[in-house]
Design a protein around this ligand. Sequence first.
Ligand SMILES: [Zn+2]
Length: 201
Amino acid sequence: MNLVWIIGKRFKPKLRIYSGEVVVSKIERIFMLSNIDDATLARVAQALGEEDAIKMIEILKSSEETTDDEIANKTMIRLNSVRKILYKLYDRSLVSLRRTRDPKTGWFIFHWRLQPDQLEGFILSRKRQVLEKLDVRLAYEENHDFYYCYTAGCKRVPFEEAVELVFKCPTCGKPLMHYENERILIALSKKVEQLRKELGE
Ligand SMILES: [Zn+2]
């Protein structure tokens, strides 16, 4: 499970019912993505493609405009990879591109510039997505009664499903007992509230 999961796939609450500990740690992880700071920029870069994007964004942040050659030299990342990642960032409007021609060789030189406002917009839209997912999750937790066998590795099931299973865990066979999801509800509500505040909603 990584950040690509958060960004790339739709949230399916029914398929993702885990015990409290796991859910809370997942919420934490999702939420870290939504804080605007260097760590988040790094995480966003990571989510966009390769780990190398982090180093590249650092270089892009430190100068007004940079060429792919300069980035490759400063980061020691292969030029091909640098270009591949730059185009990924460009695709999402996170960097802009200016092209000039080298008077000696006649070759094109690409000048890249970080788009901080776009970056902010990118993070805001990710935050909104995270908020939507957490809202769905919260509603699901609020509207269901859960049953659990209290065995590590087994999943909680909602009441309706527990009835069908005659209150027997489908994985380990132990009896299913009522599961208090208050901790999850509190954690989710906190994150939702904080995100709303950050988004000015
Ligand atoms: Zn079980």
